[in-house]
Design a protein around this ligand. Structure first.
Ligand code: ADP
Length: 256
């Protein structure tokens, strides 16, 4: 039954840095279309997991299986082309390019255009250009950034830069989207609006989402399945209700 084949599986995944076991035998299963939260105190290994899934780091041990295929240690570019995209904890846009070009550049990879096609406004590329522009504008509309397309990315308010980052990640047409603290630096109201938007894009683009958050309450309302980490290991998993009352989780968050 293909419906129950996980889109991503981590099997006893390990990533050590010298003697530090940043990720230590982590098992994780993501079902297609699920909205998953990965939470845990700072330094518990969440971002390292993203870095291993996306090919920035090779696993020290264990396996990363994406759609049945082992991808551990593959090149980040290949992994992105296979259908995994991410955002970063610290915004990584092209700060001096326009909002539109930031998305056009991301889209070109998927569409097989060169980077220069995406940013040079040469007449030879009129047709491609129009297509790129229209696709990019579609993504901007989803994120309510269509009126900002001509602005230089670094001049956008912080919350809009965060949305633009997600728009860029989506432009590579991922099946699995990894979001690293997308609500970082937002006030509670902005965070709730963003979580609703994440829910919306999950359905619109038929994505599977894994999102990192260190504040538990931000993910509680939106994530269907939550994995809690501490010191490189999974200490609890399940629904928001389940993990919230788990004594290990309470201890990890409140400290000894
Ligand atoms: P989280 O995302 O949960 O805050 P991280 O995955 O960023 O945690 O970090 C887990 C641990 O691994 C931390 O102790 C961190 O200092 C360490 N770490 C992460 N990346 C590196 C690296 N490149 N070199 C050495 N230590 C690292």
């Amino acid at each position: 039954n293909t419906n129950t084949t996980p889109i991503l599986e981590l099997r006893k995944l390990c990533r050590y840095f010298g003697g530090l076991k940043a990720v230590n035998e982590v098992d994780l299963v993501l079902q297609p279309h699920a909205l998953n939260g990965l939470i845990g105190p700072n330094g518990s290994g969440k971002t390292t997991i993203f870095n291993v899934i996306t090919g920035i780091y090779e696993p020290t041990g264990g396996e990363v299986v994406f759609e049945g295929q082992s991808i551990g240690g593959l090149d980040p570019y290949i992994i992105n082309q296979m259908g995994i995209a991410r955002t970063f904890q610290n915004i990584r846009l092209f700060p001096n390019l326009t909002v539109l070009d930031n998305v056009r550049i991301a889209y070109h990879t998927h569409a097989g255009y060169s980077m220069s096609d995406a940013i040079m406004h040469s007449k030879h590329f009129d047709k491609k250009e129009n297509e790129l522009t229209e696709k990019a504008q579609d993504f901007l509309r989803v994120f309510n950034l269509q009126d900002r397309q001509a602005e230089i990315a670094r001049n956008l308010p912080y919350g809009e830069q965060r949305r633009l980052e997600i728009a860029r990640a989506l432009a590579s047409s991922p099946k699995l989207l990894l979001l690293d603290e997308p609500a970082a630096g937002m006030n509670p109201k902005e965070a709730i609006t963003l979580m609703e938007l994440i829910h919306f894009i999950r359905d619109k683009f038929d994505l599977t989402i894994l999102l990192i958050e260190h504040q538990m309450r931000v993910v509680m309302g939106i994530c269907e399945h939550i994995t809690v980490m501490d010191f490189g290991q999974v200490i609890a998993r399940g629904s928001a209700q389940d993990v919230q009352k788990d004594s290990h989780v309470i201890e990890a968050y409140l400290g000894p």
